[in-house]
Design a protein around this ligand. Structure first.
Ligand SMILES: NC(=O)c1ccc[n+]([C@@H]2O[C@H](COP(=O)([O-])OP(=O)(O)OC[C@H]3O[C@@H](n4cnc5c(N)ncnc54)[C@H](OP(=O)(O)O)[C@@H]3O)[C@@H](O)[C@H]2O)c1
Length: 290
């Protein structure tokens, strides 16, 4: 497949590069320096130059607390630019693969995994802008995959570019900090290598539409942190706490587990988060040693 990968040096982008190259794709990876999705001319020029069969857009403005203050930028990147990409893909005949978030849920309580047909209820500017992006893509092309994903971590977040939750916890433990983590927000942490493989197997099916795609299983952030320290062999001063113990300008879902039933109905599967975490820690250690 000839694939244009946007946001190629992000967490998911970095791992998709590896998976795609191993699959023998003709991959064109671009970073924001080469292609800013908010610059129409760069989008049209890059599509015309490379004529990809598939465009994978991992670019987003997803610093959720900043989004509350910069709603115009959040909508520009996460909604308007996504719409224009969909229009450009529709004109060129390319398949668009785009990412949304578990945060589109959260406005009403649940304790069972959300399916694609559940009514979204975003509670933040970030989540609302991502939901707007979903709707605008679906309104502008038929050949799309919108994948709602959750709790991503990948080694690009451990190597100096940005960070992720696992890295934040390991740094706090190394510093000897007392660590308090909420046990009343339930999610599914997802290793970007597993997500990249899942995307690479989904796209050739051409069974277009909206999918929920995260690791299998669920846990609280506290439970995840306990597993991180146990798997990494790290002693840490870790205590559970409640969401109400911290002030945040952003409302986060108490339960945002995504059902993979639709993805599995295609005969596809993705590993559990408990299976993924030790593999991430191993890969991280190997890359830091290299
Ligand atoms: N991370 C999570 O836990 C999580 C959870 C749910 C959904 N998602 C969604 O999953 C997708 C991938 O997330 P990720 O964690 O891989 O993100 P990431 O590591 O931040 O990667 C995104 C990449 O896109 C680039 N980018 C940002 N704005 C751009 C623009 N205007 N034009 C072109 N490139 C741009 C970023 O560059 P710079 O770093 O230089 O800005 C970065 O390289 C996003 O759509 C995100 O909303 C993520």
């Amino acid at each position: 497949m000839k694939i244009l990968l946007i946001g190629a040096d992000g967490q998911l982008g970095t791992d998709f590069c590896k998976v795609s190259r191993a699959a023998g794709d003709a991959l064109v990876p671009v970073t924001i320096e080469q292609l800013d999705i908010c610059v129409d001319e760069q989008v049209s020029r890059t599509l015309a130059e490379h004529k990809p069969e598939v465009v994978i857009n991992t670019a987003a403005y997803h610093r959720v607390e900043e989004c509350e203050k910069n709603s115009a930028l959040a909508f520009e990147v996460n909604a308007t630019a996504a719409m224009k990409l969909a229009q450009a893909c529709n004109e060129s005949g390319a398949i668009l693969v785009h990412f949304s978030t578990d945060y589109v849920f959260g406005g009403y309580p649940s304790s069972t995994p959300f399916v694609e047909t559940d009514r979204p209820a975003p509670q933040s500017v970030y989540a609302t802008s991502k939901l707007a992006g979903e709707y605008l893509i679906a309104a502008n092309t038929d050949r799309y995959f919108i994948l709602r994903v959750c709790g991503l971590y990948g080694t690009a977040g451990s190597l100096g570019k940005g960070t992720n939750f696992v890295e934040t916890m390991l740094k706090k433990a190394a510093a000897g900090d007392a660590i308090r983590v909420v046990d009343d927000q339930i999610l599914t942490p997802t290793y970007t290598v597993d997500l990249a493989r899942a995307i690479r197997t989904l796209v050739p099916t051409e069974r277009f539409g909206l999918y929920h795609l995260s690791s299998e299983g669920q846990c609280s952030w506290y439970e995840l942190t306990r597993h991180i320290f146990k798997s990494a062999g790290v002693e840490a001063n870790l205590q559970p706490c409640k969401t109400s113990d911290f002030y945040s300008p952003v409302k986060r879902p108490a339960y945002s587990v995504l059902s993979k039933a639709k993805y599995r109905s295609l005969g596809l599967s993705i590993p559990t988060w408990q299976d993924a975490l030790p593999r991430y820690l191993q890969e991280r250690a190997a890359r830091k040693a290299a």
